[in-house]
Design a protein. Sequence first.
Lengths: 208, 110
Amino acid sequence: MTTAQPPVVATWLLECFCPDPGLAGDLIEEYARRQSVLWYWKQAFMAVGAYSTSQIREHKWLAIRAIAIGYVIWYIFNATLLRGFVRPWMSPDTTIEQAAYLVLGFSLWVANGWTIAKLHRPYSTAMVFAYVLWSMVASVPPVYSLAVDTFSGSADRASLALEIVKRMVTLLSLMSGGALAAYRDHLKQTRIAGQGWPRESPRAFAAR
Amino acid sequence: MAKEYLGNLELMVLLSLMRVGDNAYGVPISQEIELRTGRDVALGSVYAALDRLERKGFVTSMLGDPTPERGGRAKRYFQITSKGVREVRDAQRMLTNMWKNLSVLQGEPA
């Protein structure tokens, strides 16, 4: 599969999660030689993974702080306010009310990702990635327990499928919040590029 | 502070950086690694290694001018520092000592 231009979404993801203009430019340059969309997507995903993992390993305490902050935000907004006050008040019975409740819940997850990203610049997306990884690990016991119930016949398959989908959308919402915050920062950096960014390394620029 | 040792990829990146010399950026560095080792290394991994090396003070980087064939993105040029050269020499000495008199590698029975 080939096209003249590299996939726009892959480039966007790359620039959100790896805020280094050199890397995206290098991949675009190599894409012109290789002409493979699959290669480009693979490189983009590997770059996001490698960059985020490297940042988390380098800044372990910051990653722990990001997880703690994410947990506090989840506890206050999703666990306490949403489940404790909004749900009894809304008492979502109809499909529309249930959809509205879900949208509100996922919006809070987007806001959670956004907040973690904003509080952990210039390693914003890597720290959101750390919280996403932690959330994935934290999802294992409840999903496993539900899977055991499903296969023993005490719960139906639809509940298990719904639980998995809900958790996946939650992770996507978190990452979307982080990506949006990083994209906004990226636009800001591009705007002030005339003030020195093209001649300095991203590290020196971030330290200013 | 404890001495930080070079990882395998970091050492390969530093060596190819020395081989490429001036105008070393992500693409020629990864191509040099592929040419010399036969390993297809992802550009993202090369950049992550370069980022760590810059943090340790073994390389410096500078952005060039944006070019249209790169979608208006600049090249990030890398250069090895004297500290980086020293680190490569240390790694070479250590590895040579480890290799010395290894009968298994000389085709003799272990």
